[in-house]
Design a protein around this ligand. Structure first.
Ligand code: PHB
Length: 390
């Protein structure tokens, strides 16, 4: 038995990109169905990044019930640490903007609640098998629902917002991996710990031992990362070894320690799919591109894609005008490549690669100095970090 559903936009993936898209479409009066292979609980509890650009916050704050301004924290700067000292970059004085620390799973709780309250057809535990008919005006998603039944969703447009292991991507680029990518010879060892904050603002620190990032989650829970080998087993270090690795990488700050409640190793990858659209099938967010986490661009870039796509679908589905959809990929890719550069730049400047020569190491410190000792340099970083206008 196959259940067939008909909608205007079939959205695969209930992450930030998919849920925000369904929200923007609903606001314009365009109906959509959102499916995700995960359960609601998995979506709402998976720990991901935490920094939102000003434009992302403004968009989310406008959604009924959003807690971004009440639970999130505004950050007016970051500290760049190197050679034993910290250098603060003050965002408002340089750009008139700030960023907000509001973890992605909190964003998702807000979006899921708002979509369900709005009567959105949102289905969890649905595994997509294939996307058909990209070159027709009626593409379809073929899936298995939570009860094991075949589900066919016929739509005017199919959107893949299903993350870096996207099952929609092959319908656009012809294969799972078709794109441009770059690997990095390091990863981040991430922890969540129960401790008070060690710093009011995020510290991005480069040391001879490697990079560390001191971030926060709340008054009682902190998120921290340090550079490690991508093959490192997260279970292989004792808590004392973890604190020692972190503390050595932030020499100017005394870390406030506490029980480590979660640990993971995050691999680094930069990726941009060869195309973002084929006919009536489009990919956005991590399905279309991945950035290393150093610039905090991942979720923000997904939001920027979705803003452009919502406008393009509005044109196509409400006015029969395909021109914005035809140029969607080209326009989205301009920001995507800027963000790729920004993330690559922050990453290479702040990490010590195993193959770095003495020349490379000293040059990278020179690069950091040329940022912090110049207002133009600081402004360049602040503009990228707080996000270019949407
Ligand atoms: C985080 O808090 O998880 C976080 C913050 C900034 C980054 C990456 C991750 O650049």
């Amino acid at each position: 038995m196959t259940a067939t559903v008909r909608t205007r936009v079939a959205i695969v993936g209930a992450g930030p990109a998919g849920l925000l898209l369904s929200h923007l479409l609903a606001t314009a009066g365009i109906e959509s169905v959102v499916v995700d292979s995960r359960t609601r609980e998995q979506i709402e509890t998976t720990i991901r990044a935490g920094i939102l650009e000003q434009g992302t916050v403004d968009l989310l704050a406008a959604i009924e019930g959003s807690r971004v301004h009440t639970v999130g924290h505004r950050h007016d700067g970051i500290v760049l640490g190197f050679e034993g000292s910290g250098h603060r970059i003050d965002f408002p004085s340089l750009t008139g903007r700030s960023v907000w620390l509001y973890p992605q799973h909190e964003v998702l709780k807000d979006l899921v609640a708002a979509r369900l309250a709005g009567g959105q057809d949102l289905r969890f535990g649905v595994t997509v098998e294939a996307v058909e008919g990209a070159d027709t005006t009626s593409p379809a998603v073929v899936a298995t629902d939570a009860e094991g039944r075949t589900l066919r969703i016929e739509a005017d447009v199919v959107v893949g917002a299903d993350g870096s292991r996207s099952v929609v991507r092959p319908a656009v680029v012809g294969s799972r991996s078709g794109g441009r990518f770059r690997e990095y010879p390091f990863a981040w060892f991430g922890i969540l710990c129960e401790a008070p904050p060690s710093s009011d603002e995020l510290i991005y620190s480069r040391s001879d031992a490697g990079f560390a990032l001191i971030s926060q989650r709340s008054e009682t829970v902190q998120r921290m990362y340090f550079q490690c080998d991508p093959e490192l087993d997260p279970a292989s270090l004792s808590e004392a070894q973890i604190w020692d690795a972190l503390q050595r990488r932030v020499p100017g700050t005394v870390l406030r320690e506490g029980p480590i409640i979660q640990r993971d190793v995050l691999r680094f990858r930069s990726f941009v799919a060869n195309d973002l659209r084929r006919g009536r099938v489009v990919i956005v967010g991590d399905a279309a591109h991945t950035v290393p986490p150093t610039g905090a661009k991942g979720m923000n870039l997904a939001v920027a894609d979705v803003v452009l796509l919502a406008e393009a679908l509005d044109g196509l589905l409400l006015r029969g005008d395909a021109s914005l959809l035809d140029t969607f990929a080209e326009r989205a890719l301009r920001r995507i490549w800027k963000a790729q550069h920004f993330s690559w730049w922050m990453t290479t400047m702040l990490h010590v690669a195993p193959e770095d020569s003495e020349f490379d190491r000293l040059r990278e410190v020179g690069e950091l100095r040329s940022v912090v000792e110049s207002e133009a340099g600081q402004t360049y970083l602040a503009e990228g970090y707080t996000g270019w206008p949407l």
